[in-house]
Design a protein around this ligand. Sequence first.
Ligand SMILES: Nc1ncnc2c1ncn2[C@@H]1O[C@H](COP(=O)(O)OP(=O)(O)O)[C@@H](O)[C@H]1O
Ligand SMILES: [Mg+2]
Length: 296
Amino acid sequence: MTTTTAPAPLLEIDNISKYFGSVIALKDVSMFVRPGEVTCLLGDNGAGKSTLIKVLSGVHQPDEGTYRFEGAEMNLSSPRDALEYGIATVYQDLAMIPLMSVWRNFFLGSEPTKGFGPFKRFDADYAKRTTKDELGKMGIDIRDPDQAVGTLSGGERQSVAIARAVHFGAKVLILDEPTAALGVKQAGVVLRYVVQAKQRGIGVIFITHNPHHAYPVGDHFVILKRGQVYGDYTKDELPLEQLIQMMAGGADLEALQHELERAAEEGDPAAENAAAGLEEEVDKLDELAERAEDGE
Ligand SMILES: Nc1ncnc2c1ncn2[C@@H]1O[C@H](COP(=O)(O)OP(=O)(O)O)[C@@H](O)[C@H]1O
Ligand SMILES: [Mg+2]
């Protein structure tokens, strides 16, 4: 320990396991999220990413392990429960209504009212102004808040969802593959808002399987594999090349290596060279995995 101490985690889980019948979706998963940081959650299909965020956001209750929020141990009984603590989740299939205006979508489920009793009614002017202001703060220039959400691009829609969560006081923002369906330029737009949310002190959990999207915005990387934490690194511990290698997956590389070795045995010198190169890659991956385990 030398200079500054990192802020205390907002959210922290210890040895969380989740079973679906005989399927072990998560086993002894521990991780934490600090305010003002982006924690990237990476892993192949089936690694347990969605199950983990469903546990974090109150959709699933874990079978084992502890969950702490702002230092206090707790149990979330529903997504609404999570939202009340300030844990907001933006799913890939956004909960938005395409034909409705941007401002109506922004306030969906939390409509501001003015007046009281029988005079209480939806305050549309306030809602439109707030939508435009809040989006403006995130650097999103909506020409007309009356515009239907369906006319926005995928990146803009994700951005509206992020701005909405920020406006309603999210402390932890969970983004499930927000860039997966987007082209490079649109993904860039969303990544900018991820950084803005972080700069506003929110603890962001960013789920992706794309190391090129994770690396520029991430402060901390948690790699899941078959329901377990395969690696947990800060950015300075993990060069981009290593992250890419880990995402490529040791198993795939090994299978490829065996294939090449077989070709080499049959006398293909190019395959022999390639197999030797791959062996090195696999060794490096094993080393990384061991280091990850020792670091726990
Ligand atoms: N509701 C469920 N019932 C049974 N098995 C599930 C359920 N949800 C997820 N699983 C299983 O748990 C494992 C992890 O899945 P998931 O969390 O969706 O992975 P990821 O999001 O990383 O692709 C998979 O084997 C999946 O089939
Ligand atoms: Mg998933």
